[in-house]
Design a protein around this ligand. Structure first.
Ligand code: PMP
Length: 373
């Protein structure tokens, strides 16, 4: 078992210890090349082999269909909020489903490039629910529909992606899957484009993954920078400009780790998905059973990755919240502070978080309640 603390950061987040050790071991000399990966030409044989394997492993893990291109980009999720409308909207209509802070931000940014409208929102419930499908007002001629499939701050997750065709909409679905990509499988038949920063489930900050259906390439607005034109990036195999090489290398090791990963008789993404389900159930059960802590999200759309929680009722004071966080750190449970916009606590339990980490947190919740409750 690991001797490192359990790290509940929302991102940049914990990486598998095995991967960090491998990175440390290869830091000065990658596989006899005499170079660190950071020192290699991105066009040389060594790095080309790293990038090719990373892409192939990711494609295999997520069963990405042949008509989707995988792009390694930069700028994170926030840059994609501009890059996607510049590539897909042609300056026309785009519809947003707002289910939390990140999709709200995406809709606002898109207004700079397109006629962006909110098709549905769960702001009335303070983002503790998902907007019911029956309320979605999709425009027939929208270029795409955007949603955030896992809201990192609000802790709300689409457990199933909507079938837009069944809603009478032919537009492609764009998903911001930053904070749960690779935590479960993706139904590609329902998606036109998916994007996410790597710094949660995949690797270091600085790398952004984009999965884009081929027919969506080649429609960029003239103001779109070439380095952000999906077609240009795809044709250059993500090497139009110098890609974030170290990030791609670490991500590649995470993909290999996930391919080896087994749990409950399963392997790969199916195994990590099962472990993520088990971890989330354990933590939500403890919160629901507690008279001192609460999670406010409706049961059917609770995130498996990001679990915001609060001290409830009379216990919800700044002093007790601070005491909780200080005590957590003493027990080697790190970075449990909630996002500044919502306060409270948040446990992000991404792929690299072992079951033991959640068990340790649950034990702490019980001890804290016994002491202060
Ligand atoms: N979307 C989601 C769902 C996120 O969680 C984040 C970052 N926490 C972003 C977008 C913004 O990503 P970045 O900071 O990589 O630009």
């Amino acid at each position: 078992m690991s001797l490192r603390p359990f790290n509940f950061s929302a991102g940049p987040a914990a990486l598998p210890e095995e991967v960090l050790r491998q990175v440390a071991g290869e830091m000065l000399d990658w596989q006899g090349s005499g170079m660190s990966v950071m020192e290699m030409s991105h066009r040389g044989a060594e790095f080309t082999s790293i990038a090719t394997a990373a892409e192939a492993d990711l494609r295999e893990l997520l069963q990405v269909p042949a008509n989707f291109r995988i792009l390694f980009m930069q700028g994170g999720g926030l840059a994609e909020n501009a890059i996607v409308p510049m590539n897909l909207s042609k300056g026309g209509k785009v519809d947003f489903v707002v289910s939390g802070s990140w999709s709200k931000k995406s809709a606002e940014e898109a207004k700079r490039y397109a006629d962006a409208a909110v098709a549905a929102s769960s702001s009335d419930s303070k983002f503790t629910t998902l907007p019911a499908l029956s309320t979605w007002q999709l425009r027939r001629d929208a270029a795409y529909v955007h949603l955030c499939s896992n809201e990192t701050i609000d802790g709300v997750e689409f457990h199933e992606l909507p079938d837009l065709k069944a809603l009478g909409c032919d537009a492609p679905l764009v998903i911001d899957c930053s904070s749960h990509q690779l935590s479960r499988s993706i139904d590609w038949s329902r998606v036109g484009l998916a994007f996410g920063g790597a710094q949660k489930n995949i690797g270091p900050a600085g790398l952004t993954l984009v999965f884009v259906r081929e027919d969506l390439l080649g429609h960029a607005m003239s103001i779109c920078p070439s380095a952000f034109d999906f077609k240009v990036v795809a044709e250059a195999k993500s090497m139009y400009n110098t890609p974030p090489t170290f990030g791609i290398y670490v991500a590649g090791l995470v993909f290999q780790w996930l391919k080896r990963f087994s749990y409950a008789g399963k392997t790969g993404v199916a195994a990590i998905e099962q472990r993520n389900i088990d971890k989330a159930q354990l933590l939500y059960a403890a919160l629901d059973a507690s008279a001192m802590f609460e999670n406010r999200v409706a049961v059917d759309c609770r995130s498996r990755m990001n679990i915001p929680f609060y001290l409830s009722g009379k216990f919800n004071t700044e002093t007790l919240t601070q005491a909780f966080l200080t005590g957590a750190k003493e027990r080697q449970l790190l970075q449990l502070k909630g996002h500044k916009s919502v306060g409270g606590m948040r446990a992000s339990i991404y792929n690299a978080m072992p079951l033991e980490g959640v068990q340790a947190l649950v034990a702490y919740l019980k001890d804290f309640e016994a002491q202060y409750g």
